[in-house]
Every structure is written in structure tokens, then in C-alpha cells.
Design a protein around this ligand. Sequence first.
Ligand code: SAM
Length: 512
Amino acid sequence: MKRKQHQALPRSGGERETLRTKGQFWTPDWVAEFMVAYVLRDQPKQLLDPALGKGVFFRAAKRYARSHRFNLALFGRDVDPQIVAQARQSELDEADLRHVEIRDFVLDPPSGKFPAIVANPPYIRHHRLPRIQKDALRDFSRAAIGRHIDGRAGLHVYFLIRALQTLSPGGRLSYIVSADICEGVFAETLWQWIAARFRLDTVIAFAADATPFPDVDTNALVFCIQNEQPGKHFDWVTCRQQNSEELVSLLSGNRRKQNKTIEIHQRSIAEALSTGLSRPPSQAVTEHHTLGDFASVMRGIVTGDNDFFFMTLTRAREIGIPESLLVKAVGRMRDIEGEQFTPQDVDRLEFRGRPTRLLHVNGLSFDQLPAAVQAYLKEGEKSGLDKKTLIQTRKPWYRMETRKSPPIMFAYLGRRNARFIRNHAGVVPLTCLLCVYPKREDADFVEHLWKVLSNPQTINNLRKVGKTYGGNAIKVEPRALERLPLPDALVHSEKLDKYLGPRQGSLNFGEK
Ligand SMILES: C[S@@+](CC[C@H](N)C(=O)[O-])C[C@H]1O[C@@H](n2cnc3c(N)ncnc32)[C@H](O)[C@@H]1O
């Protein structure tokens, strides 16, 4: 029988919202197959799925136990009785579901421990958790790991801690989760705790063609962890194809010499924790310089309301806003083609009716503004703009953030490759781009730095500092971009190192 490969997700509206608040993303059968193979390798007597949903892991576990001829009791939890009712309709009968409880797994955990736990936890981000639940989770994690977990951790992070606590000695856990579990601000604390107490056996990442959740913008990883003495090495596996039998075989303990659908890297735990578990192994070479040695990075301007503050030159003229009260700006990544942005590109955007001018009246009192601009601002007030969350913190409310035009911009998020853009147009970017300010302003220095930044080897290093999303998208925050390693050979060939003072990392502003 050909099984359905993935859940069709509602793209918007109430149903999608329910998914977000309940975290109900279903694991495809082919993924459940290899996750279950790992936890059932030693033929345990019991298996726990602490976030049962429609029961995909129960079904896979039943098949496994049947084909390997051993008895397995299934234990489950969920907070949503309606979903569990659906599990009843899918190859699972009353006997399979008799140990299922409708209870919160993290805050009201089972009293016993389990030799096999398999989970796809609810993916609920921290800002969707009710305050009272968040406080209880914080207290739980502090008691469990003895350290504070940053409040930006989602429910899936606490679920992992609880799942590990619920493993019996020697027991196995297989956990599928978004890569942010090893990229968020809380990640270091979490993984140091795990690596010191448990044995990380395998981490599975997925190539774009084999992503388990094709409709969700997330980069999924599977962690296989045993409640055993921690080891020094583990397998970091990339799954290149769905339904990989080689993966089932590897996780069942049968390592093949050659594989076509998976790629296995043996990595040291120490290296992987410092590189990030979601990232491929960093090459042996460690670069000596980072972008932060040569430039500083800031996010682009947040206007608070692009429709009001950001407009075409034609519209500004219609309103009667003089050019002296406008700055040239670029508002979205799609408005930039390629790696160079020129004055002709600004004209091209204007011609296409794309906004290119930002209202900027800072430094002038209301009375000093032309009557047409005063009228425009009053119109904004009338429509309640001055009460909008971000805008109301500004004084006066129409005051704009300021940025010098950056010689280099960085497109930090997107399905297409993240890239550096040389800004010849004198624009300031809105928040869709980052501003890169070289520490020296001379054209020669900026050009050499640009050459290093636009080189594919440098772009490749973005994986080392960025957060990964589905479809190979990457997001890099300003501080993380400053940590971007610049390949030594390029820094040298572009003679950037001659600008550095004797102390590595401090730029010499004196003689070139
Ligand atoms: C991502 S779904 C996974 C379901 C299923 N195991 C699968 O892989 O397809 C997570 C499930 O956890 C349930 N859930 C949410 N909060 C929970 C909690 N605190 N304790 C136990 N289950 C919870 C949700 O209702 C949902 O059915």
C-alpha cells in the first residue's frame, strides 16, 4: 500500500492558527519508520509517545513489533481528546490505545520511566504559550537542569528535557524537531546539559528533496539519544531521499559500508556543539578573521508603517513633499536583482511603481514643515497611526530611525541565496536587509572587503552563523553576521590583513 507522504497544511486562516497554537504537525510514515527502528532496536517491552496526535508512531511501532515478533505495550499522551479520537480510526484499536492518557506531558508527567520514547513534540513558540504555563515551564526546567533556560524557548524544548528525564537507564529516545532547538539563544545551555549526561548517537538532517514537512518553513532534525554514558563521537547523517531503507538499516544497528540515499559523517561532540548540531561539520580549517574585524552590522530601518512612510517619488510629489524631506530607500529584497544596486535600479523601481522614498522630517519642528507635509501627518494621526505599537514610542510619532547609507547591504533571509549587495545607489535599506558598515571609508578598502564578502567561499560560511529554515533558507542576525568567518586565503589575497593592527582583530586606522 502506498502511504500518504505528507500532511496537506492549511495555508492560512483559522485552521492554520489552530496548528500553531496546538502544534499539530503530523510526522509522515516514512520518517516514523526509521525513528521507531532506533527506539525498538533492543526489543523493549514498552514504548511511550508523549505527544500522540493521530498515532503515527503507534502504527509504525506495531508494524515493527509484529515483523520482529516481540510483544510491545504502547503508552501515549496528548492534551487534545479530539485528535486522539482520530487515532482510534487509523489502524489502532481500543487495546492499542488503552494506555493513552489525556494529560500534559511536561507539567503532569508519567510516574514511571520508559525504555523507548519516540516523539514529534508540539511545536509551539514561546509567544503563543500562556503566561502561567510559561512560568511553570521555566520553574520545571530550572529544577531539571539546574540552570535557567532563556524564555524564548518554545514548548518543544521543555518537552525534550522531560522526555530525557523519562527515559529508563539504557533507554532510547528518537525526537523530531525544528532545527531552532540547537540554534536559539537557549541552545548552548540545553545541549551542554544533554551532552554531559546522555549519549547522542545520531542526528539526522534532511536534504531539500527529502524534507519531512514540505509545506512548513522549518528545517527538521531527528535526534537519537540513549540514556547511557556520554560518548565522544556521533553520526551526523544527511537523508537525501524519502523512504530511505539505508536509514532504517543504520538506525536498526546495521551499518552498511556504502550508502546512496544517506551520507554519514562521524563527528566529535565537541566540534558539533561549537559549530551547531544543525550545521554540517565545519572543515578542519579555522579562519582567523571574522567580518566584525572589518565592519559593523546593523539591521535596516523599521518604519512602523511602510504604507505611510515609504512611497514612490511620484506619490510624494502628488502629496507635495519636497525631495529634501525624503531619503532614498529600498524596501524589499525582491527589489534588488543580483549583487549590485545602482541609481539606475532606483529609477527602474520608480518606473515600475515600487516605493523608493522614505519620509524623513527629523530635525524640523512641526511648524517648520511645509503645509502639505503637515496636512499629510495630520491625516496619519486621523487614521490612528500615532497609536500603533511601535510608532507611539517615538517622539514625535513620525520621527524616523536614521541610518547612514551602507556601502554594502546583506540580504539575510530568503529561499534564494543569502547574499551581500554593493550599494552604489546611496539608499538606506528597510528592515528586510542588514547594513554593513566597513570600518574604513576609503573606496579601496570597501572594494577589497566587498570582493571577500561576495566570494562563494565566504557565502558558504554563512551556514556557520545563520539559523536554518526549510528549503535551504537561512536567516542571519546582525551580531551573528559580525561573527561570519572570512577565509584566510581571501583576506590575504585581497590584502585586507594589512589593515589590521598588530593585535589581531583590531583595525588599524592609521597608515595603510
Ligand atoms: C506535532 S503533533 C505530533 C503528533 C504525532 N505524534 C505525529 O508525530 O504525527 C504534537 C501533539 O502534541 C499534542 N500536545 C500539545 N501539547 C501537549 C502537551 N503539553 N502534552 C502532551 N501532548 C501535547 C498536540 O495536541 C499534538 O497532537
